[in-house]
Design a binder for this molecule. Sequence first.
Ligand SMILES: Nc1ncnc2c1ncn2[C@@H]1O[C@H](COP(=O)(O)OP(=O)(O)O)[C@@H](O)[C@H]1O
Ligand SMILES: [Mg+2]
Length: 283
Amino acid sequence: MTRSSPRAGPGGGAARDETPFVELRGIHKAFDGHAVLNGADLAVRRGEVLTILGGSGTGKSVMIKHMIGLLRPDRGSVWVEGEEVTRRSEREWFEVRRRFGYVFQGAALFDSLNVYENVAYPLREHLRWKEAAVAERVASRLDAVGLAGSEGKMPAELSGGMRKRVGVARAIALEPKVILYDEPTTGLDPANSRRIGEMIVNLQERLDVTSVVVTHELELCFAVSDRVVMLDGGRIVTGGEPEDFRRSDHPSVREFLGGGEMAATGSRAGIGEGRGRGAGHGQ
Ligand SMILES: Nc1ncnc2c1ncn2[C@@H]1O[C@H](COP(=O)(O)OP(=O)(O)O)[C@@H](O)[C@H]1O
Ligand SMILES: [Mg+2]
């Protein structure tokens, strides 16, 4: 059973449908003759946490890179807030990208810059702010990811989980409308992974954003998602709300979930309400 699978193609939605924040329509992408995306459709709804699940090497990173113009499709189109942006110039994409925060796979901090300069980087790239305003924004972003006061630290002094959180602080420096998280928990221990999941939910509420999470980790997926879709064979093959997705009898889902289900008993509600934490959403 799949509910609310992503609406494919133009004009297919009911009138009450809000325009998706980002939409990929029929994306084909090959590298050196090897097809990675093969007609992938995905609509990201405003305000949701959408998780893209898929095995390693299935094209999850390739997919989200199309959302921000880091890769261009061989065929198909990319839409942001109802506008087609597929063939925008690099300069125009620069403006489109401002609406996105991109948390790179592996955090990818600048190792020679301290935390302050890492988080300030996009501000300096896009805006000409006075230093006091930069400092204020950096402080508020570090606070949002639970790292208040760590401006002076160097990346080498941080744990893996802290580095990921600095990567998130940098991604939200420009107040994006959408945050793309590429494998945000890979390489972290379970406690730090859980903390990242809590941060994603917390930021969603605090910043009123839309989030796209790419992962192959089921626990994270079921802890944060409003909706889950599955990438397999170059396409989004199915999707739905987490509980429906978990029960889906789609062969790709069954194969992917097989074995991992016992570990993935969390739910988004669980993060705020239980799992051994106190009441409330505050951190
Ligand atoms: N820039 C690139 N040039 C050539 N091949 C690429 C490039 N980016 C990704 N690929 C290939 O596309 C496939 C999907 O990669 P990726 O999207 O990174 O997978 P994942 O689902 O693990 O994120 C892989 O086979 C990868 O080697
Ligand atoms: Mg990837």
